[in-house]
Design a protein around this ligand. Sequence first.
Ligand SMILES: CC(C)(COP(=O)(O)OP(=O)(O)OC[C@H]1O[C@@H](n2cnc3c(N)ncnc32)[C@H](O)[C@@H]1OP(=O)(O)O)[C@@H](O)C(=O)NCCC(=O)NCCS
Length: 187
Amino acid sequence: MAPRTRRSDLRLCPIMPAHAPAMFRWMKDPAVRLGVGIRTEASLERTLEWIAQARLPGSGVWGFAILVGERHVGNVVLDRFDGHLSTARLSIYIGEPDERGRGVGRCAVREALAHAFDSLKLFKVWLTVHDENVAARRTYLSLGFQEEGRLRGEFLLEGRRVDAIYMGILAEEFVTREQLAARGEAR
Ligand SMILES: CC(C)(COP(=O)(O)OP(=O)(O)OC[C@H]1O[C@@H](n2cnc3c(N)ncnc32)[C@H](O)[C@@H]1OP(=O)(O)O)[C@@H](O)C(=O)NCCC(=O)NCCS
């Protein structure tokens, strides 16, 4: 059976300063740090600064808190906006360990793609993911991202060089999948 890409109990809302303490806690979790590739040491002050910057009009950053029911379980972010090319980068982490592997990541990425293509009218959403992040790669592939390139050795995983995979999805690909899904013919 095709995996679900929508959940009625899941929604995205803009990241607010009130979300910072949970984000700070998640930034210290090795699963998040190694998955995303966080380089700097986490601090509550830096987290609040990032939120304030992201919320500025014209920042080119759209940060969303992932809510399951009313529980904030992770974030999905569009940044590196390129207005000339109409592209942006997507990143995601499910901070609460008990919510990983339950379909939250896939549904949240789909919601963020809907925002990117339906509201922001982007041409393409891209990301990089390290070769050994199986959960993330499966998440993106299952939503229609394509692997566009391999950046040899461009990720340091606990001091070990691994390849980073560049993945992208075009608006037309997302729209086609949504239409097929609406007809019950795809995910
Ligand atoms: C990567 C992440 C966002 C995926 O979200 P999730 O809610 O855990 O994943 P889902 O339950 O939606 O599952 C999506 C796919 O990943 C697979 N998956 C989930 N957890 C997995 C695991 N531990 N090992 C292997 N595959 C896994 C699922 O089987 C599914 O693939 P399928 O459709 O081929 O079966 C989440 O695990 C996470 O936040 N990890 C830590 C931070 C991170 O790595 N972020 C991504 C950086 S690029």
